[in-house]
Design a protein around this ligand. Structure first.
Ligand code: ADP
Ligand code: MG
Ligand code: ZN
Length: 628
């Protein structure tokens, strides 16, 4: 829709501009053939008469019905050279001709060619014609584009914007680290390949499978792999493409899609982001969206409309199964749900193996180590990581990817592009203290993840970074671990304040504070880790505009609300005091580390711990190291 209008504008603009130039040009090109006889200087009519009387004029050519004359005369000022002048004659000078004749001066009249009138006529026409042609062209085009402006007039004829791939070329071995999902989906392949096996004993083949999981975990890839393994065509459309400005377009797209699919059965229909269309009906602020509901109804109707055994299986993907309309999840529709989760360390290793297949890896590369360094990475992140590493390798003109490039790529994927280091200045010192503050608090508190490195090389939005060794996400985090994280996050601001004073603290801690508040609040409202006791006072935070969520607002009194605020404040206060205490007590080593950091730009975790250990006790960290 938007795109169509953009192209429309792009197209009309040149048309207007060209039209304008032609129009202007038409007038500019209107003079008669006077041009070839042009005299550069002008002469007044009076002077001309003077010259005429003094018999200096040798010839006169009259143009434009006798209103302009090109006069050749002898110029006394120029050594009696013959010169040409242009003279504007008064409107009526009939006696001039007779005078010329009497004085025996050669004269000629040149009729005005009437093309000036013709030209201006053309000029006047060109512009509107171009404009009309442009509009006409646009209108025709937009009629061909589904959902374009012309759609308003014939919306029934929408061409569905779905893709069809006869062969996806993806097989199950291309998808790694999601074994449970793969096992469940292998059955779907059998439904498509050998339906007789099920229908013979009266079993109904399921129509819909819902893949649930965060973005980048391989849902699209899995759906393609099913089609690839079963050797059937793959139709795909995104839920957001159903939702159109014009009522009825979405529904007709659903109809078209199913019609095409039936012609090509057995096949897979893949609906990505189904939550865009399949959200709970009648929900949302400001009333429902009629168009979306119509589209959803059409989808439900189509799913009911074909028999389970036509060989069409619909696979839908979402990361918000909670907002889906319950009608979609009823038996006979998407009654199977397969969850596709962020991979664990083993899964990451397998995914890395898949994507390392076509890459040149150096001997020092350990995919184990990469898997260990990347908790929380999805399949898409890992694919991106190896690709970034390969790009870096090519840029550095190396033969094969080494661990150095992989490490840089991880930093880049997590924290963004590397910037140029700051020049030495007061603000660089402040940033150094801020980062060392995070690192020292993180090192001295036992429950905190160990420091991996501290750096002053800016990345993305950050002007300095402290990296902690990520612990494998085990799902459970203890109270002391959350408190440790809050203290660590406050370490930066605490160092700024202790070292530079209250007046000098900077905005650099904004992000830290946001995280701190979030963690502290969750401790109180979700995890029952405060004096309010083990109560869940708030559901998981979710955006208010998403479907039925808005009803999930928790019901608690004003009084509880202010007690929550009090608890959050006391957690943060406690942690901030701790952080400041650690900074104050370790000021000597902090100063030394800051100098070192400014000199070296980066200190790695091992060196950092050794230096701190010269001054104070550094607890052993218990890091959960999963076996591979
Ligand atoms: P989703 O649809 O869940 O958002 P995609 O299937 O589009 O994720 O994944 C994007 C890309 O990430 C894939 O094309 C693939 O290269 C890579 N990828 C994601 N998950 C996996 C996986 N489990 N195994 C291998 N590659 C994966
Ligand atoms: Mg996808
Ligand atoms: Zn910080």
């Amino acid at each position: 829709m938007k795109i169509t209008w953009k192209t429309a504008l792009l197209w009309t603009l040149p048309a207007l501009v060209i039209g304008f130039f032609l129009w202007q040009g038409a007038f500019a090109a209107s003079p008669t053939d006077m041009s070839k006889n042009t005299a550069s200087t002008r002469m007044s009519y009076g002077r001309f008469l003077e010259y005429l009387n003094a018999s200096r004029v040798t010839s006169v050519d009259l143009y434009e019905g006798g209103r302009t004359a090109i006069v050749e005369a002898i110029d006394p000022e120029l050594d009696n050279h013959v010169q040409r002048w242009r003279v504007d004659l008064p409107a009526s000078a009939p006696e001039l001709i007779s005078q010329l004749r009497n004085s025996n001066i050669a004269f000629d009249t040149h009729p005005t060619r009437n093309d000036s009138a013709l030209w201006s006529l053309v000029g006047n026409l060109v512009f509107p014609i171009l404009l009309i042609a442009g509009l006409f062209f646009l209108f025709r085009r937009s009629n061909n584009v589904p959902g374009g402006p012309g759609q308003a007039m014939n919306f029934g004829k929408s061409k569905a914007r779905f893709q069809m791939e006869a062969k996806t070329g993806v097989v199950f071995s291309d998808v790694a680290g999601v074994e449970e999902a793969k096992e469940e989906l292998e059955e779907v392949v059998t439904f498509l390949k050998k339906p007789e096996r099920f229908t013979a004993i009266g079993a109904k083949i399921p129509k819909g499978v819902l893949l649930v999981g965060p973005p980048g975990t391989g849902k699209t890839l899995l759906a393609k792999a099913i089609a690839g393994e079963a050797g059937v065509p793959f139709f795909s459309i995104s839920g957001s493409e159903f939702v159109e400005m014009f009522v009825g377009v979405g529904a007709s797209r659903v109809r078209d899609l199913f019609k095409k699919a039936k012609e090509n059965a057995p096949c897979i229909i893949f609906i990505d982001e189904i939550d865009a269309v399949g959200r709970q009906r009648g929900a949302g602020i400001g009333g429902g969206n009629d168009e979306r509901e119509q589209t959803l109804n059409q989808l439900l109707t189509e799913m009911d409309g074909f028999e389970g055994n036509t060989g069409i299986i619909i696979i839908a993907a979402t990361n918000r199964p909670d907002v889906l309309d319950s009608a979609l999840l009823r038996p006979g529709r998407f009654d199977r749900q397969v969850s596709v989760d962020t991979p664990d360390i083993k899964g990451r290793l397998e995914i890395l193996e898949v994507h390392a297949r076509n890459k040149k890896l150096g001997v020092d590369i350990s995919l184990d180590a990469i898997a260990r360094r990347t908790p929380g990475f999805t399949g898409a992140d890992l694919a991106n990581l190896l690709n970034e590493a390969a790009i870096l390798t090519a840029r550095r003109r190396k033969e094969a990817i080494t661990m150095l490039e992989v490490d840089d790529a991880v930093d880049r994927v997590v924290a963004g592009m590397e910037g140029t280091p700051l020049v030495d200045s007061k603000s660089k010192r402040l940033i150094a203290y801020h980062e060392i503050g995070h690192a020292i608090v993180g090192t001295i508190i036992k429950a905190h993840d160990p420091v991996q490195k501290v750096t002053l090389v800016p990345r993305g939005q950050a002007r300095g970074l402290t990296w902690f060794m990520p612990s494998e996400d085990q799902g459970l985090i203890s109270r002391s671990q959350i408190l440790a994280r809050i203290m660590g996050a406050l370490g930066g601001r605490a160092a700024e304040e202790v070292v530079f004073g209250d007046a000098e603290v900077t905005t650099g801690a904004g992000n830290d504070l946001q995280q701190v508040t979030g963690m502290a609040r969750q401790m109180v409202t979700r995890f029952g880790m405060s004096d309010l006791g083990p109560m869940s006072l708030e559901a998981q935070q979710s955006e208010i505009f998403l479907g039925r969520d808005y009803t999930a607002r928790s019901e608690y009194s004003e009084e509880i609300a202010s007690r929550i605020d009090g608890q959050v404040r006391s957690i943060v206060d406690h942690c901030y005091n701790e952080a400041r205490r650690i900074i104050r007590e370790n000021r000597t080593v902090i100063d030394r580390l800051v100098d070192l950091l400014i000199e070296k730009e980066t200190i790695d975790g091992e060196e950092f711990r050794q230096i701190v250990a010269e001054y104070t006790f550094v607890p052993e960290k218990e890091q959960y190291v999963p076996q591979l």
